[in-house]
Ligand binder design. Structure first.
Ligand SMILES: N[C@@H](CCC[C@H](N)C(=O)O)C(=O)O
Length: 261
């Protein structure tokens, strides 16, 4: 059976999107999803998403990592599926949709290529030595670093993701360098098992950790550079709880095509 797919990217974090309303895939296997995400034998992507209908929300997002297995929340994926829903005419300039970590509100630019996505509220940041560990919809480890451009993110991220503390459930590993005007972030992603060009829940975890670390409070806007471009995280912090957390950045259709399932 041939189905239509769409390829989107948000700051270089790239995804295959499938409108499940017109391409229902009851029995697609994890192996087939992994093949579709393969960069040599498939379409190539960090993850795959199905958009389905929902009785109480504009739509529902179902996210799979590039290893073919269901993932936890994907922030850049969430921004891309909002742009996709606008492209399909399901929504106009804002939306309430459901994802694996609960409901999300998002607003989208008139052109449809810039999405501000509200993330879950956070009240707990744990420590693992000097690193910060928190869940922003997906689990994240955040370590501060110098000379991050030259750092071996793949091997060091892989070692942390697979150490005795994290190997069973896995964790996404973020390294951050404070550049003064902005944070530079590189991420080793669980489920991709490689460095990606951007991770939305990851840069959110970094921005919140750095705000706590620097004892900031009030309304905070944190510009972030990643390998694939620029993102911005905005939130309120009262010293205990992070609320009104928004992940903001580009979300663009790259191409579309047909693939046999
Ligand atoms: N790229 C994502 C994170 C996707 C989920 C993650 N790899 C996991 O399941 O741990 C993002 O933009 O947040």
């Amino acid at each position: 059976m041939d189905i239509q797919f769409f390829k989107y990217q948000g700051a270089g974090n790239d995804f295959i999107l499938i409108d499940h309303r017109v391409s229902p895939l009851q029995n697609i296997s994890y192996e087939r999803i992994e093949q579709l995400c393969d960069r040599r034998f498939g379409i190539g992507a960090d993850g795959l998403m199905f958009l389905t209908t929902h009785d109480e929300y504009d739509f529902e997002m179902h996210y799979y990592n590039a290893d073919g297995k269901p993932g936890s929340m994907c922030g850049n994926g969430g921004r891309c599926i909002v742009a996709f829903a606008k492209h399909l005419g399901i929504i106009d300039r804002d939306t309430n949709f459901l994802a694996v970590d609960g409901p999300h509100y998002a607003k989208i630019s008139e052109e449809g290529n810039w999405v501000d996505l509200q993330m879950i509220d956070i009240d707990t940041i744990n420590r693992d030595g000097d690193a910060f560990v928190l869940n922003t919809g997906s689990p994240h480890y955040v370590a501060q670093m110098e000379n991050l451009e030259d750092y071996d993110v793949f091997h060091n991220g892989q070692a942390i993701r697979n150490n005795d503390t994290y190997k069973e459930k896995g964790i996404n590993v973020n390294f951050v360098e404070d550049k003064g005007d902005y944070l530079f972030v590189r991420t080793f992603e669980r489920g991709v098992e490689d460095e990606t060009y951007a991770c939305g829940t990851g840069v959110t975890a970094v921005a919140l950790s750095m705000a706590q670390h620097k004892n900031l409070s009030g309304h905070i806007k944190t510009p972030v550079k990643v390998l694939g471009g620029d993102l911005s995280i905005e939130f309120d912090y009262n010293g205990k709880e992070f609320t009104h957390v928004f992940l903001c950045g580009p979300a663009e259709k790259v191409f579309e095509g047909q693939v046999s399932i």
